[in-house]
Design a protein around this ligand. Sequence first.
Ligand SMILES: Cc1cc2nc3c(=O)[nH]c(=O)nc-3n(C[C@H](O)[C@H](O)[C@H](O)COP(=O)(O)OP(=O)(O)OC[C@H]3O[C@@H](n4cnc5c(N)ncnc54)[C@H](O)[C@@H]3O)c2cc1C
Length: 193
Amino acid sequence: MKLRLAQPPLLIDLGRIKDLSYIREEGGQIRIGAMTTHYEIESSELLKQICPLLPECAGHIGDVQVRNKGTIGGSLAHSDPAGDWPAAIIALNADLIATSKSGDRTIKADDFFLDLLTTALEPGEILREVRISKPKGRTGQAYLKMHHPASGFAVVGVAANLTMDDDSRICIDWREARRANDRERRRSRCRRR
Ligand SMILES: Cc1cc2nc3c(=O)[nH]c(=O)nc-3n(C[C@H](O)[C@H](O)[C@H](O)COP(=O)(O)OP(=O)(O)OC[C@H]3O[C@@H](n4cnc5c(N)ncnc54)[C@H](O)[C@@H]3O)c2cc1C
């Protein structure tokens, strides 16, 4: 709205729906409510232990005031190509749960970001939850960001998620995603045995 790209006749504030703000481990999955703030993710001891890419990525977002107010759901739904979350969410092969009066729908992270400020969410849908399979085996994760010197947004942000077998000799799964300010998006995946 600030950019005058949208002039909705009606606004609904999700801010007071506490049930949309949580981080939990359930059935081998990490579940994060859409209204969970960047700071809550950055400071989550659970996530630091089981999926450190998420707190690492959150720590790169803006400054502490931005991280205290901004939410993972708002950031993903906004689909800013300079945003930090999309690369991490694609590298983690997350499922995004959209909900509407017709029920829930699961959208793979690979299919969620369609273009600049455009996602696969349909009119009448909100993003409710982010689900990530709990990393198995010996997994290494990292998020690297080249900051824009003025805005602090990502010129380029790269997330990687690599899983080795128990002997650390064979790469079982590898996903990497890059988001860049110039709208370019790339992602790759390899499985080696
Ligand atoms: C000074 C500043 C610096 C920033 N720096 C960074 C940075 O370095 N990296 C970065 O990634 N981001 C950065 N941001 C963005 C910030 O991280 C916010 O997450 C982002 O602005 C979205 O704000 P929000 O989460 O409050 O969502 P809102 O502003 O409330 O919503 C954004 C859009 O998504 C929609 N929306 C919100 N929640 C949902 C939902 N659950 N389902 C469907 N649609 C929804 C809204 O209708 C709106 O269109 C920065 C922002 C500021 C102001």
